[in-house]
Ligand binder design. Sequence first.
Ligand SMILES: [Fe+2]
Length: 127
Amino acid sequence: MLTWKPEFDTGVEEVDHDHKRLAEGLNKLEELLNSGKGSESIPAVLAFLERYANEHFAREEACMHRMQCPTAAANVAAHAQFRQTFAAAKAKLEKPGASALIAHRVHGELVDWIKNHIMKIDMGLRR
Ligand SMILES: [Fe+2]
């Protein structure tokens, strides 16, 4: 469960709003993984996360560029890396018969990635 904490706020409203929606999507995914049922909804949640992450990345990269943020270039590179991480996670989660253990590990990796990314790169927006 990714519980939002004030320390995750960058202070840029549109970015923080997007991050909260991404956290909600990851929590929804966790809920579905935990329920054991409703697994037919998992691809829809993954599709939402993928689409929303890409829309968010575009907004955030434009914002960093506009603000001449010191972490702007690192952010673009990290987002490219996330797309690969996410594609690998999605493939594992959508594989028929994926074990609950793998599903939770993959979910945990996504949550850790986002938390680390916000704290190390996106915080470049905080001034
Ligand atoms: Fe970012």
